[in-house]
Structure formats: C-alpha cells, structure tokens
Design a protein around this ligand. Structure first.
Ligand code: IPM
Ligand code: MG
Length: 359
C-alpha cells in the first residue's frame, strides 16, 4: 500500500473549514482505494504573522519541499495589509517550489445552475494552463518621482523563452491526451508586441511537433467574450500569468462559482500544491456555510498527480454528483452545511455504486 506524506496548509479565513472536508474525503478514498496519507500540518497565514512576524521561513519551505504534495486552503487576514500574505506565502511558495504551471479545470456539472442560460453542461469542459512563474507577477518595476504630480509607475512583464516554452510544452502534452485535442493560445499579440510575439513564435514552433493537436489563437478580450457566448470552443487554453488569473475567475463563474473552482500549482518534476481558488471568504468564516467542493476537487487533482487515478476518479464523480444536486454552489446558498457537503461527498466515495447509479 502506498503512503503519501502531504503538507497541509489550512491557512486563514474559511481555509481550515474547507481543508478539513477535503481531508475527510481523502481518508475515505484511501480506505476504499488502498492508500494512506500522513499529514504534516504547517501553520502559515495571518495569525502566525501577527504573532511572530513570520510568513514563510526556510524551515517551512524545507517541510513543504519534503512532502509528496501540498494541500492548501487560503491566506489573507483582515488585520494584515493586503498583499503581504499573498506575496510572501502563496506567490513565494509557487516560486520557490518552481510550480511553474497553474492548472485550472473548468467543468459545468450536469444539474448545476450556472449563470449561462443557454449553455449545456457538456459545452463547458476545458482546462486553463496558466504560466505561473513570470509575466507581471515577477514584481519588477520602478517608481520615478514618487508622490509628485509627475510620478510614473512601471510594472514589468517578464517573459523568458525558457519559461514560455516549458509552459507551452506542458499545454501541448495535456491537449494531446484529451479527447478533442484542441489548444488555444490566449494572448494580446495586437498590442503587447514583445511578450506575445515571443509566445506566438514558441507556440508555432512547438505546434509543429504535435501535428495531432489542433491549434488556434484568441486575444484575451475575445477569449472572455467567447467563454460566455460559446464556451464549447475551448478544450485547453494556454496563457500567461496575469491573463490566466483573470480568465480563470471568469471561468469559475461559468462553472457555477468559486465554490467549485479548484486549481493545481504544478511542478511536474517536484512538489505540487492544490488549492480551492476562491480565497479566504472572510464573511463566511466560522459560519459553516462555505462550499468545500473546490477544496475537495483540489484534493482529487492531487490524487491524480500522485498516481491514484481510481481514487481521483471517485472523488471527481462524487463532487460532480453533489454539485449537481445542490440548489446553489454559492456560500450561504447550499441549503446544507459545509460539513454536510463533505459527508455527502465522502459517502459517495465510500459507496461508488451509489454515485454511479445516480450519475
Ligand atoms: C489566484 C489568486 C492569487 C493570484 C492571489 C491571491 C495572489 O488570485 O490564485 O488566482 O493572483 O495568483
Ligand atoms: Mg486569481
């Protein structure tokens, strides 16, 4: 029996509540599918920062780096200025552990009432591959004449051939293994003529090695329009860090909201981190009303990366079934509590026949 060592980072806000449900489901999946998980819980986030002034220490990074994978809740605290915890914990973890892909599956499960009236569930089934190490997220830039009326702020977008190519290659490999084998490069070649010139050149070069993958290009503004008007055209979308951040929130909306939006920060050769992408939801902390499906879905993604495909399938099926049966996926509108949603998913994972019969 395989045993995995998972670094658990519940974090702030509703993070601990949703991570607890993910752990509940993982435990059941392990019992049914024959694996075991040992957790190493790390205290990262606002409370520790306020107490000790520490965000992410070398020792923390070492623990994270020694894990088989990381299960992450959320960071952000009302008493900590915005950006401190996000930059020093989440973005730093992505960088230090070289999680250079941000992978965000987007699926509208049957029965889920999304905001798009005329769209059938099977039309919303794509994956966004977001470059996760560079672009506008490198934090480079400068002020001149700060505070004066002549002030100028410059924020650089860094796009290295190396990082662009590894991201594009990852997206091609992913697309090649999917049914529709269609890859869209989402950029802004008509305005950002340096960055997207490089992206488009690398994309075309790599495309020649994947003759079976159908490729196309869409500007980021058009991508946003089509995600609403014709999401069925997308299978895999590859884009840079900033555009990927924006379009994945839009994508979360069309799958029913952040309550079901999971993501993976992937280092294909190292330690990956899995998270619900919705953040700390401070208004719902402690109310038992936050939707844990995004965190549970993230745990499912983690199982897939660990090689536990049967367990991952069971979690995905159960998440889809529960999502489609809830009146809404939004926090506060689920009709049942956070832990009841977790119990329900866990029961379907425990008895897969029941889930399949109803699916
Ligand atoms: C996300 C989040 C983060 C990002 C924030 C919290 C720094 O919005 O994971 O999409 O911008 O990457
Ligand atoms: Mg975001």
């Amino acid at each position: 029996m395989s045993t995995y060592s998972i670094a658990k980072v519940p974090g702030d806000g509703t993070g601990p509540e949703v991570v607890a449900e993910a752990v509940k489901v993982l435990d059941v999946a392990g019992r049914v599918h024959g694996f075991e998980i040992e957790y190493d819980e790390l205290d990262l986030g606002g409370e520790r920062y306020l107490r000790t002034n520490e965000t992410l220490t070398g020792a923390d990074l070492q623990s994270l780096g020694n894990a088989d994978a990381i299960l992450f809740g959320a960071v952000g605290h009302p008493q900590v200025p915005p950006g401190v915890l996000e930059q020093d914990i989440l973005l730093r973890m992505r960088r230090e552990l070289d999680q250079f892909i941000n992978l965000r599956p987007v699926k509208l499960h049957p029965g889920v009432k999304g905001p798009l009236r005329d769209v059938a569930p099977e039309e919303v089934d794509f994956v966004v591959v977001r470059e996760n190490s560079e672009g506008l997220y490198v934090g480079q830039g400068e002020f001149t004449a700060k505070g004066s009326p002549f002030e100028v702020a410059v924020q650089h977008s860094v796009n290295s051939r190396f990082a662009v190519e590894r991201c594009i290659r990852y997206a091609f490999d992913l697309a090649a293994g999917r049914l529709r084998r269609r890859l869209t490069l989402c950029g802004k070649t008509n305005v950002l003529t340096y960055a997207w010139d490089l992206w488009a050149r690398v994309f075309d070069e790599v495309a020649s090695e994947y003759p079976h993958v159908e490729t196309n290009y869409a500007h980021v503004d058009a991508t946003s329009l089509w995600m609403i008007e014709d999401p069925g055209r997308f299978d895999v979308i590859v884009t840079d860090n900033m555009f990927g951040d924006i379009i994945t929130d839009l994508a979360a909306a069309i799958q029913g909201g952040l309550g079901i939006a999971s993501g993976g920060n992937i280092n294909p050769n190292g330690v990956s981190m899995f998270e619900p992408i919705g953040g700390t939801a401070p208004g719902f902390e402690g109310t038992g009303q936050i939707n844990p499906l995004a965190a549970i879905g993230a745990a499912g993604m983690m199982l897939r990366i660990l090689g536990e495909a049967a367990g991952a399938d069971a979690v995905d099926t159960a998440v889809g079934e529960v999502a489609g049966s809830l009146p809404s996926l939004r926090a506060g509108e689920m009709g049942i509590s956070t832990s009841e949603v977790g119990d329900w998913v866990a029961s379907l994972v425990a008895e897969p026949e029941k889930a399949r019969a109803r699916a």
